[in-house]
Ligand binder design. Structure first.
Ligand code: FES
Length: 266
């Protein structure tokens, strides 16, 4: 559990930029009259984004004013959710997942790297480039251990690749987001183990099935055509024969079991 207090040094005031103000008003307008407080999290989030990744006290007051809420209610939201940073963060803000799957896959060693390159949690490096915080599961457990830096995920880390990543970010070099081992998304580390039959993904096979279904009549339709072509079961061919002696031989061929063409003369 972290202690969450406002930063000791605060800016004198806070105003949304014109674009952000317009955006905030759009968010507020989504809610019915009397329910504007529902926009508190999006507005705080936008204020944090505008203010270099942390939320100053004047921004909390401004949001309360815009939403007609007591300041303490907005303060409660800002101090409860760890997504809101109450103190300055580095230009590259590292959120390091320390929950069980990441811990089992080496998150502790990544924390050692943070301490070595950056310092303790919430400390901003002298150049203002880096700071870090341990957080709970970020939902990328299949690619553990992982960190989020600003808005990007970096996964499948080990101490060496993580150290390189931090140094590259600090130096302004290009980095690769996602898996740092090159695996595709969350594919198994050792390659696919199931659904390995490539024909399952063969579009022409799928197309073949599709065309078969579209070209062949549906079972009910086929049965209807079939019954229209044949006399109904139980119909007496003799009745037709009586009415049309020319077809007598032909009718005899469809006579039910036990009745042969020779019977018709009997
Ligand atoms: S446990 Fe680290 S992303 Fe889920």
């Amino acid at each position: 559990m972290s202690v969450r207090r406002l930063a000791e040094v605060q800016p004198a005031d806070f105003e949304f930029t014109q674009d952000n103000l317009q955006w905030a008003e759009g968010q507020i307008a989504k809610y019915p009259e009397g329910r504007q407080a529902s926009a508190v999290i999006p507005l705080l989030w936008k204020a944090q984004e505008q203010h270099d990744g942390w939320l100053p006290e004047p921004a909390i007051r401004r949001v309360a004013e815009m939403l007609g809420m007591p300041v303490i209610r907005v303060m409660e939201v800002a101090t409860f959710y760890t997504m809101f940073n109450l103190k300055p963060v580095g230009e590259h803000f590292v959120q390091l997942c320390g929950t069980t799957p990441c811990a089992l896959r080496g998150a502790e060693r990544l924390k050692d790297v943070c301490r070595k390159i950056i310092g303790e949690q919430n400390h901003v490096t002298a150049d203002g480039k880096l700071s870090w915080l341990e957080v709970e599961c970020l939902g990328a457990c299949a690619n553990a251990p992982m960190v989020q830096i600003n808005f990007d995920y970096y996964e499948d880390l080990d101490p060496a690749s993580f150290e390189t990543l931090l140094e590259d970010l600090r130096a302004g070099r290009a980095v690769t987001t996602g898996s740092q081992t090159g695996r595709s998304c969350s594919a198994p580390l050792g390659g696919d183990t199931s659904l390995t039959d490539e024909s399952l993904y063969d579009g022409s096979v799928v197309g073949g099935w599709k065309s078969r279904f579209s070209e062949e009549p549906a079972p009910a339709e086929a049965a209807q055509q079939d019954s229209a072509a044949k006399p109904k079961e139980g119909a007496r061919p003799e009745a037709k024969a009586a009415g049309d002696s020319k077809d007598a031989d032909a009718v005899g061929k469809t006579t039910p079991a036990g009745a042969t063409p020779s019977d018709k003369g009997a």
